[in-house]
Design a protein around this ligand. Structure first.
Ligand code: G3P
Ligand code: MG
Length: 250
């Protein structure tokens, strides 16, 4: 049996402030096989871990990420905006937007995979591919890293810099003959929106080990994808997915 891996989406986003060191630490405590995170570049060219192009939704700052230096971004809280989460604590105010280097350092003691999503579909962030590969090379501790992006040229640039890098194309709509893309572009996997897969599990059966599915938060979806033995599910609730996987194994 091929066991589906459980990746924590932006850490453990369902319970903790997304893309923070706290969220990643909690996902690790929950027992994830991997974590997913999103990266952008600051004004001074630092690789930081945040989902949106804007600071507004996830921090108490405003405006474009790329308009601020790292030092300026570090003044903002990345935890105080999450008071709607069920276990919200005021102490979360100390959470900052982490750099990729800080996350890589946090992960050093743990044998887990890392999915770095490069958010390059709105801004190009020139040089982000080289910087990201260099950081992983220096601080990645040899772990499996999968680079994903909706923006295919970013992935091809990564492959051109390092032919051994694992690249995965993020898709939210159907493409014809996916295996041809995988072979031709030397993709390690496709990262598919759940709606592309859950109602068509048979269609993906042969490619199941080349497919990670996001963002899978419902119990029934988790169960069906785990039973179908896809390579990984990416979820806001890794604890729940791990419990379901455990149940299905007995
Ligand atoms: O990598 C899977 C998923 O994170 C892609 O969408 O918007 O959550 O980054 P988004
Ligand atoms: Mg993402």
């Amino acid at each position: 049996m091929n066991q589906t891996k459980i990746y924590g989406h932006r850490g453990a986003k369902g319970r903790f402030p997304e893309n923070t060191l706290l969220s990643f630490q909690q996902a690790i405590l929950q027992g994830v096989d991997g974590i997913e995170l999103d990266i952008h570049l600051t004004k001074d060219g630092e690789v930081i871990v945040i989902h949106d192009e804007f600071l507004n939704r996830t921090t108490d700052g405003t405006g474009f990420v790329r308009a601020y230096t790292l030092e300026e971004i570090k003044q903002f809280s990345a935890g105080s905006k999450f008071s709607s989460l069920p276990d919200y604590e005021e102490s979360w105010i100390v959470e900052k937007v982490p750099t990729l280097k800080e996350v890589l350092q946090l992960l050093v003691p743990y044998d887990i995979e890392l999915n770095i999503e490069l958010k390059t579909y709105t801004f190009e962030y020139e040089g982000i591919e080289e910087k990201t590969l260099a950081l992983v090379n220096e601080y990645g501790n040899g772990r499996k890293v999968v680079y994903s992006s909706f923006h295919l040229p970013t992935l091809l640039r990564i492959k051109a810099i390092d032919s051994s890098a694992s690249i995965a194309w993020l898709l939210n709509q159907v493409i014809s003959n996916p295996l041809d893309y995988i072979k031709s572009l030397e993709l390690e996997a496709l990262h598919l929106h759940k709606e592309m897969v859950i109602d068509n599990l048979q269609d993906w059966q042969e490619l199941r080990k080349l497919v990670r599915v996001w963002t899978v938060n419902q119990e029934e979806e988790m169960t069906n994808l785990i039973d179908a033995e896809v390579e990984a599910v990416i979820t806001d609730y890794p604890e729940l997915a791990i419990a379901i996987r455990q149940e299905r194994a007995v």
